[in-house]
Design a protein around this ligand. Structure first.
Ligand SMILES: [Zn+2]
Length: 133
């Protein structure tokens, strides 16, 4: 079957990944775009919420997202998410630096783990599984 016939036979969900098909791989359980975890469409909003809780600016949020996760249209969705955030829109013209605030000390191991570290851990574990076969 040639490429255009394969493309036409795909569901609309899979068509979104056609352009990226040569950079996709799997370890049997997780899907990767190069070394980034592919996030299913149903989970994209959750990832945007988590990323935005940690990174408020569009540039930084996209930069962090591009390190660890992927889905088609991710950059556009990051921009749209921030454009719809009332807090960001209210304070976007206020360029004053926020006062650095230290987080309270944790009392037990892994009490506070960033989403970035969680995704990096998943990628590391998946890489180990792939390389140990
Ligand atoms: Zn915001």
């Amino acid at each position: 079957m040639d490429g255009s016939k394969k493309f036409k036979s795909l569901s609309p969900t899979l068509c979104r990944y056609w352009t990226f098909r040569h950079l996709l791989s799997t370890d049997g359980q997780l899907l990767f775009y190069t070394n980034r975890l592919v996030v299913p469409a149903a989970c994209c909003n959750n990832i945007l919420q988590i990323l935005h809780a940690a990174y408020s600016g569009t540039t930084k949020m996209k930069q962090v997202a591009r390190q660890v996760v992927f889905w088609p249209g991710m950059s556009t969705q990051v921009e749209a998410y921030i454009a719809q955030c009332q807090t960001c829109q209210r304070y976007q013209t206020n360029n004053s630096k926020e006062t650095l605030q230290l987080l309270p000390l944790t009392t037990r191991p892994f009490q506070r783990v960033s989403i970035l570290n969680c995704i990096r851990l998943i990628l590391m574990l998946a890489g180990n599984r792939t390389h140990s076969k």
